[in-house]
Design a protein around this ligand. Sequence first.
Ligand SMILES: Cc1ncc(COP(=O)(O)O)c(C=O)c1O
Length: 369
Amino acid sequence: MSVYPPLEPAALVPRRSRQFPFGSDGLTLTHLGRGAVWLALKALGLGAGSRLAMPAYHCGSEVEAARLAGVEVLFYRVLPTLRVDEDDLQRVAKETDATYLISYYGFPMPPLPPGTRVIEDAAHALFSYDGGGAIGSRGDAAIFCPRKSLGVPDGGAVLVRNGRIEAAGRPPWKRMARSVASQGMGWAAQSRAGVLRAPATKVFSKVSKAEQAVEKGTLTETVIGEWNLEVADLEIAASKCSRVTEWAVHGADGEKIREHRRRNYQVLLDALPEVCLDRFRSLPDGVAPLYFPVRVPERDRTIAELQKRGVRSIEIWPVPHPMLDRTRFAELDPLRHQMLALPVHQGLTPWHMEQVAHAAREAITAAHR
Ligand SMILES: Cc1ncc(COP(=O)(O)O)c(C=O)c1O
């Protein structure tokens, strides 16, 4: 069981649901989320000579897109509670041409700072709502990442308010073939039918670099490599998404996905409240969580213990972009060594969630022994 959902055959049945953001004027699908960031910066005219406020807690690939666009990045403070320091945000927003906000795990962002252009990064927040509407519906531009939430083989998306920006070209087919094969394998590995699950799980552990790295204790070095990219990489990331993705995103039932993710999140919240950061310990109405964030001192050992029990968790953002002054934002360092994500995606049933909860309890105990 993985944090990101596998491609469900049912997603390929056309439903033509038009749930936000799909079907919105101004939405462009891209190969990757970072390509969507690249296009959003272009659409807002942000490049050399522009300044952008970005949060000190980030994935890194969004910051890399800004770096390659030639934008000067000024970071604003995020507290160890994973709440944005709103005073610092206002201060930095005043010194910049635009502000970049990120929804962490699908939870609400801070209020949009007044008097500045805003890019909403809703890469974690597809089909997620806060008190004021859909996350990603208020900024001058918004980023989405359907591949994280829908099990499609690739896919970012950029929504430009009052405009549109086109993606050009398609990603290399070899890359897509690999991705479709791995998504299909993921689906089989999660099946309740042992005849599918056992061989798929075996193949997965043979070919998955991440699984091997967990065993060797080198996960961070293996999965982190989102910087030192070149403009050409961003241009591929900003090409059109594959046709499979183009087709499948419109089949997604946003309401059902949100409902199932919330149900699954609640199972883990009930089972493991003590390892969940305070701000994620309740699930506000409308939120569609991307995953269940856990903070444990022995993160790497916990991930390895989870893997032994059939649950593939991921580190959340262990290394900031090198442009961040880590001494100035040192308060986030402990978090970077302690946060992991557990799966709650819509492909998991209550049967799966019982196993995830059980495995997590055991893994946390085993890792602390
Ligand atoms: C907040 C955020 N924005 C943007 C991206 C970029 O998405 P992608 O990896 O599809 O390029 C990520 C990737 O993990 C992310 O977490």
